[in-house]
Design a protein around this ligand. Structure first.
Ligand code: SF4
Length: 111
């Protein structure tokens, strides 16, 4: 099964960009401003070793006005697959590890 099919993503009717079909809880969808709205979503779900796809997806994210919102949403959903908010799967794993480590450090300081 490809990552595209296994990803926990519901594609919009237009199947454009890695956009979720559902509006956010406030009904104010930041996704409407996504720079990837007219880009093939497959670009954002490269297979292992397709680093050039990751770089191309990051390039799109680099000019996206909602990059921060996208990354926050991916982190909140613990998104395991694809490029979101300019980060790869590996980037987000590193961010999660760093956050866990910082939390452990804070606990250690508080004890
Ligand atoms: S940051 Fe990247 S993946 Fe997220 S909405 Fe913007 S272009 Fe799409």
């Amino acid at each position: 099964m490809s990552r595209l099919r296994s990803a926990r993503v519901q594609w919009s009717d237009d199947a454009a960009g890695p956009l979720l079909a559902a509006e956010d809880a406030a009904g104010l969808s930041w996704r409407d401003a996504a720079a990837c709205a007219s880009v093939d979503p497959a670009l954002f779900f490269p297979e292992d070793g397709q680093e050039e796809w990751v770089a191309a997806a990051r390039s799109v994210c680099g000019s996206c006005p909602v990059r921060g919102e996208c990354l926050a949403d991916a982190l909140a959903r613990d998104e395991q697959w694809g490029v979101w908010g300019g980060t790869s799967e590996q980037d987000r794993r590193r961010m999660r590890r760093a956050a866990r480590s910082a939390a452990r450090d804070r606990k250690g300081l508080a004890a």
